[in-house]
Design a protein around this ligand. Structure first.
Ligand SMILES: C[S@@+](CC[C@H](N)C(=O)[O-])C[C@H]1O[C@@H](n2cnc3c(N)ncnc32)[C@H](O)[C@@H]1O
Length: 253
Protein backbone atom coordinates (compact mmCIF):
# COMPACT_ATOMS: atom_id res chain seq x y z
CA UNK A 1 0.00 0.00 0.00
CA UNK A 2 1.43 3.33 -0.96
CA UNK A 3 2.17 5.83 1.75
CA UNK A 4 -0.67 8.22 2.18
CA UNK A 5 0.00 11.86 2.96
CA UNK A 6 -2.89 13.79 4.36
CA UNK A 7 -3.56 17.49 4.37
CA UNK A 8 -3.20 17.48 8.13
CA UNK A 9 0.48 16.83 7.62
CA UNK A 10 0.36 13.27 8.98
CA UNK A 11 2.09 10.62 6.99
CA UNK A 12 0.70 7.14 7.10
CA UNK A 13 1.88 3.96 5.65
CA UNK A 14 0.66 0.47 6.11
CA UNK A 15 2.16 0.47 9.57
CA UNK A 16 2.01 4.22 10.12
CA UNK A 17 3.47 5.14 13.47
CA UNK A 18 0.69 7.59 14.19
CA UNK A 19 -1.85 4.80 13.98
CA UNK A 20 -1.23 3.10 17.23
CA UNK A 21 -3.15 -0.02 18.19
CA UNK A 22 -4.09 1.83 21.34
CA UNK A 23 -5.99 4.44 19.34
CA UNK A 24 -9.41 5.07 20.76
CA UNK A 25 -11.29 2.89 18.31
CA UNK A 26 -8.70 0.40 17.26
CA UNK A 27 -8.46 -1.13 20.69
CA UNK A 28 -12.08 -2.11 20.94
CA UNK A 29 -12.38 -3.32 17.46
CA UNK A 30 -11.08 -6.80 17.27
CA UNK A 31 -13.79 -7.65 14.81
CA UNK A 32 -15.71 -6.17 11.92
CA UNK A 33 -13.30 -6.51 9.02
CA UNK A 34 -10.61 -4.88 11.05
CA UNK A 35 -9.52 -7.46 13.55
CA UNK A 36 -8.61 -11.05 13.37
CA UNK A 37 -9.70 -12.43 16.70
CA UNK A 38 -13.12 -11.51 17.97
CA UNK A 39 -13.51 -9.82 21.31
CA UNK A 40 -17.05 -8.94 20.27
CA UNK A 41 -17.32 -5.82 22.34
CA UNK A 42 -19.80 -3.79 20.38
CA UNK A 43 -21.19 -2.45 23.61
CA UNK A 44 -17.99 -0.48 24.30
CA UNK A 45 -18.64 3.17 25.06
CA UNK A 46 -22.28 2.30 25.60
CA UNK A 47 -23.34 2.07 22.00
CA UNK A 48 -23.48 -0.18 19.08
CA UNK A 49 -24.97 -3.36 20.46
CA UNK A 50 -26.80 -5.27 17.75
CA UNK A 51 -29.92 -3.29 16.84
CA UNK A 52 -28.99 -0.31 18.95
CA UNK A 53 -28.06 2.74 16.87
CA UNK A 54 -24.95 4.72 17.75
CA UNK A 55 -25.05 8.51 18.02
CA UNK A 56 -24.29 8.78 14.30
CA UNK A 57 -27.44 6.91 13.27
CA UNK A 58 -26.11 3.45 12.34
CA UNK A 59 -25.48 0.17 14.15
CA UNK A 60 -22.17 -0.85 15.71
CA UNK A 61 -18.99 1.16 16.01
CA UNK A 62 -18.67 4.76 15.01
CA UNK A 63 -16.28 5.43 12.14
CA UNK A 64 -15.63 9.10 12.78
CA UNK A 65 -11.86 8.84 13.07
CA UNK A 66 -10.19 7.60 9.86
CA UNK A 67 -6.76 7.46 11.54
CA UNK A 68 -8.07 4.91 14.01
CA UNK A 69 -9.26 2.62 11.23
CA UNK A 70 -6.75 2.92 8.42
CA UNK A 71 -4.33 0.31 9.69
CA UNK A 72 -7.02 -2.33 10.09
CA UNK A 73 -8.97 -1.51 6.96
CA UNK A 74 -5.87 -1.51 4.81
CA UNK A 75 -3.86 -4.31 6.48
CA UNK A 76 -2.18 -7.14 4.57
CA UNK A 77 -4.00 -9.55 6.92
CA UNK A 78 -7.30 -8.24 5.66
CA UNK A 79 -6.20 -8.47 2.04
CA UNK A 80 -5.57 -12.20 2.52
CA UNK A 81 -9.24 -12.93 3.18
CA UNK A 82 -10.90 -9.88 1.64
CA UNK A 83 -9.23 -10.49 -1.73
CA UNK A 84 -10.10 -6.98 -2.95
CA UNK A 85 -8.44 -7.31 -6.34
CA UNK A 86 -10.31 -10.55 -7.07
CA UNK A 87 -13.59 -8.98 -5.93
CA UNK A 88 -13.10 -6.01 -8.23
CA UNK A 89 -11.92 -8.16 -11.17
CA UNK A 90 -14.98 -10.40 -10.71
CA UNK A 91 -17.27 -7.43 -11.32
CA UNK A 92 -15.87 -7.05 -14.87
CA UNK A 93 -16.39 -3.28 -14.77
CA UNK A 94 -16.55 -1.30 -18.00
CA UNK A 95 -13.66 1.18 -18.24
CA UNK A 96 -16.20 4.02 -18.30
CA UNK A 97 -18.46 2.64 -15.56
CA UNK A 98 -19.95 4.92 -12.93
CA UNK A 99 -19.63 3.28 -9.55
CA UNK A 100 -20.84 4.13 -6.06
CA UNK A 101 -18.87 2.69 -3.14
CA UNK A 102 -21.52 2.91 -0.41
CA UNK A 103 -19.99 3.22 3.06
CA UNK A 104 -16.55 3.57 1.51
CA UNK A 105 -14.65 4.02 4.80
CA UNK A 106 -11.01 4.81 4.02
CA UNK A 107 -11.49 4.00 0.32
CA UNK A 108 -10.19 0.43 0.30
CA UNK A 109 -12.38 -0.51 -2.64
CA UNK A 110 -12.91 3.00 -4.04
CA UNK A 111 -9.29 3.40 -5.17
CA UNK A 112 -9.42 0.00 -6.86
CA UNK A 113 -12.64 0.95 -8.65
CA UNK A 114 -11.03 4.22 -9.76
CA UNK A 115 -8.14 2.25 -11.29
CA UNK A 116 -10.48 -0.29 -12.93
CA UNK A 117 -12.70 2.37 -14.53
CA UNK A 118 -10.26 5.10 -15.59
CA UNK A 119 -12.77 6.69 -17.95
CA UNK A 120 -15.61 6.39 -15.47
CA UNK A 121 -16.37 7.97 -12.11
CA UNK A 122 -16.32 6.62 -8.60
CA UNK A 123 -18.43 8.16 -5.85
CA UNK A 124 -17.02 7.13 -2.48
CA UNK A 125 -19.96 7.69 -0.15
CA UNK A 126 -19.79 7.75 3.61
CA UNK A 127 -22.02 9.04 6.37
CA UNK A 128 -19.05 10.25 8.40
CA UNK A 129 -17.82 13.71 7.33
CA UNK A 130 -14.24 12.91 8.41
CA UNK A 131 -14.20 9.77 6.27
CA UNK A 132 -15.41 11.81 3.29
CA UNK A 133 -12.69 14.38 3.93
CA UNK A 134 -10.16 11.54 4.09
CA UNK A 135 -11.51 10.01 0.86
CA UNK A 136 -11.27 13.29 -1.03
CA UNK A 137 -7.74 13.87 0.24
CA UNK A 138 -6.75 10.31 -0.62
CA UNK A 139 -8.09 10.75 -4.17
CA UNK A 140 -5.96 13.87 -4.56
CA UNK A 141 -2.84 12.37 -2.96
CA UNK A 142 -2.98 9.19 -5.01
CA UNK A 143 -3.92 10.97 -8.25
CA UNK A 144 -7.38 9.50 -8.78
CA UNK A 145 -9.04 12.31 -10.70
CA UNK A 146 -12.13 10.14 -11.25
CA UNK A 147 -12.72 9.53 -7.52
CA UNK A 148 -14.92 11.82 -5.47
CA UNK A 149 -15.86 11.71 -1.79
CA UNK A 150 -19.59 12.12 -1.19
CA UNK A 151 -21.31 12.80 2.13
CA UNK A 152 -24.38 10.58 2.30
CA UNK A 153 -27.23 10.49 4.76
CA UNK A 154 -28.48 7.50 6.78
CA UNK A 155 -31.13 6.65 4.19
CA UNK A 156 -29.82 8.39 1.10
CA UNK A 157 -26.36 8.12 -0.51
CA UNK A 158 -26.90 11.51 -2.19
CA UNK A 159 -25.11 10.47 -5.37
CA UNK A 160 -24.26 13.39 -7.66
CA UNK A 161 -25.10 11.19 -10.71
CA UNK A 162 -26.85 7.89 -11.36
CA UNK A 163 -24.48 4.89 -11.40
CA UNK A 164 -24.03 1.54 -13.18
CA UNK A 165 -22.80 -0.29 -10.10
CA UNK A 166 -23.60 0.39 -6.45
CA UNK A 167 -21.20 -1.58 -4.24
CA UNK A 168 -21.39 -2.07 -0.49
CA UNK A 169 -18.79 -4.05 1.49
CA UNK A 170 -19.19 -4.75 5.22
CA UNK A 171 -21.75 -1.99 5.67
CA UNK A 172 -25.19 -3.59 5.25
CA UNK A 173 -25.17 -4.91 8.82
CA UNK A 174 -24.64 -1.33 10.05
CA UNK A 175 -27.68 0.12 8.25
CA UNK A 176 -30.51 1.34 10.47
CA UNK A 177 -33.16 0.98 7.76
CA UNK A 178 -31.85 -1.13 4.88
CA UNK A 179 -35.13 -1.10 2.96
CA UNK A 180 -35.39 2.69 3.03
CA UNK A 181 -31.72 3.02 2.12
CA UNK A 182 -32.00 0.81 -0.96
CA UNK A 183 -35.31 2.31 -2.04
CA UNK A 184 -33.37 5.53 -2.25
CA UNK A 185 -30.45 3.82 -4.06
CA UNK A 186 -32.95 2.44 -6.61
CA UNK A 187 -33.77 5.99 -7.71
CA UNK A 188 -30.05 6.73 -8.30
CA UNK A 189 -29.24 3.90 -10.72
CA UNK A 190 -28.75 3.91 -14.47
CA UNK A 191 -30.76 1.44 -16.58
CA UNK A 192 -29.38 -2.10 -16.23
CA UNK A 193 -27.45 -1.21 -13.05
CA UNK A 194 -26.27 -3.75 -10.48
CA UNK A 195 -26.11 -3.55 -6.70
CA UNK A 196 -23.32 -5.66 -5.22
CA UNK A 197 -23.28 -6.50 -1.52
CA UNK A 198 -20.44 -8.19 0.33
CA UNK A 199 -20.93 -9.01 4.00
CA UNK A 200 -19.94 -11.50 6.68
CA UNK A 201 -21.41 -14.96 6.87
CA UNK A 202 -23.36 -15.86 9.96
CA UNK A 203 -21.71 -19.28 10.15
CA UNK A 204 -18.09 -18.05 10.06
CA UNK A 205 -15.95 -19.52 12.86
CA UNK A 206 -15.67 -17.67 16.16
CA UNK A 207 -12.08 -16.55 15.49
CA UNK A 208 -13.04 -15.08 12.10
CA UNK A 209 -12.97 -11.33 11.47
CA UNK A 210 -16.25 -9.51 11.32
CA UNK A 211 -18.94 -8.28 13.69
CA UNK A 212 -20.29 -10.44 16.51
CA UNK A 213 -22.50 -13.22 15.24
CA UNK A 214 -25.66 -11.55 16.53
CA UNK A 215 -25.01 -8.62 14.18
CA UNK A 216 -24.32 -10.70 11.07
CA UNK A 217 -26.94 -11.19 8.40
CA UNK A 218 -27.52 -14.19 6.20
CA UNK A 219 -27.81 -13.85 2.40
CA UNK A 220 -31.51 -14.69 2.86
CA UNK A 221 -32.04 -11.82 5.31
CA UNK A 222 -30.29 -9.39 2.98
CA UNK A 223 -32.28 -10.67 0.01
CA UNK A 224 -35.51 -10.15 1.94
CA UNK A 225 -34.64 -6.50 2.61
CA UNK A 226 -33.57 -6.00 -1.00
CA UNK A 227 -36.76 -7.54 -2.36
CA UNK A 228 -38.79 -5.21 -0.15
CA UNK A 229 -36.78 -2.32 -1.64
CA UNK A 230 -37.60 -3.42 -5.22
CA UNK A 231 -34.63 -5.62 -6.18
CA UNK A 232 -34.21 -9.26 -7.15
CA UNK A 233 -31.20 -11.48 -6.52
CA UNK A 234 -29.26 -12.02 -9.77
CA UNK A 235 -26.11 -13.73 -8.44
CA UNK A 236 -24.97 -15.32 -5.21
CA UNK A 237 -21.30 -16.21 -4.69
CA UNK A 238 -20.55 -18.18 -1.55
CA UNK A 239 -17.20 -19.46 -2.74
CA UNK A 240 -15.02 -16.47 -3.58
CA UNK A 241 -14.36 -15.28 -0.01
CA UNK A 242 -13.48 -17.23 3.11
CA UNK A 243 -15.69 -15.36 5.59
CA UNK A 244 -18.11 -13.45 3.38
CA UNK A 245 -20.66 -13.81 0.61
CA UNK A 246 -21.11 -11.64 -2.46
CA UNK A 247 -24.64 -10.94 -3.65
CA UNK A 248 -25.63 -9.12 -6.82
CA UNK A 249 -29.08 -7.53 -7.24
CA UNK A 250 -30.89 -5.83 -10.09
CA UNK A 251 -34.07 -3.76 -10.03
CA UNK A 252 -37.15 -5.97 -10.25
CA UNK A 253 -38.75 -5.76 -13.72
C1 LIG B 1 -16.91 -1.39 8.35
S1 LIG B 1 -16.69 0.10 7.46
C2 LIG B 1 -16.51 -0.49 5.79
C3 LIG B 1 -15.62 0.40 4.94
C4 LIG B 1 -15.36 -0.09 3.52
N1 LIG B 1 -16.56 -0.43 2.81
C5 LIG B 1 -14.40 -1.25 3.51
O1 LIG B 1 -14.80 -2.34 3.08
O2 LIG B 1 -13.24 -1.05 3.90
C6 LIG B 1 -18.33 0.76 7.45
C7 LIG B 1 -18.43 2.17 6.89
O3 LIG B 1 -19.82 2.42 6.59
C8 LIG B 1 -20.11 3.76 6.96
N2 LIG B 1 -21.58 3.86 7.12
C9 LIG B 1 -22.37 3.38 8.10
N3 LIG B 1 -23.65 3.64 7.82
C10 LIG B 1 -23.69 4.30 6.65
C11 LIG B 1 -24.72 4.84 5.81
N4 LIG B 1 -26.02 4.76 6.16
N5 LIG B 1 -24.37 5.44 4.65
C12 LIG B 1 -23.07 5.54 4.29
N6 LIG B 1 -22.04 5.05 5.03
C13 LIG B 1 -22.35 4.44 6.18
C14 LIG B 1 -19.27 4.00 8.20
O4 LIG B 1 -19.07 5.37 8.47
C15 LIG B 1 -17.98 3.27 7.83
O5 LIG B 1 -17.06 4.10 7.19
Amino acid sequence: MATLVLGSGCTKGEKGTDVSPSDAHANHDQHDQHGQHGQHDHGHHGHGHNDELNEHGYKGHTFDDPRAWIERFESPERAAWQRPDEVVAGLALARDAKIADLGAGTGYFSVRFAAAAPQGRVFAVDIEPKMVEWLSQRAADEGHANLEGVLGEANDPKLPEAVDVAFMCNVFHHLAEPQAYFQSVATQLRPGARVVIVDFRKDAPEHAPGPPQSMRMSPEQITEHMQAAGFRLARKDLELLEYQYLLEFVVTD
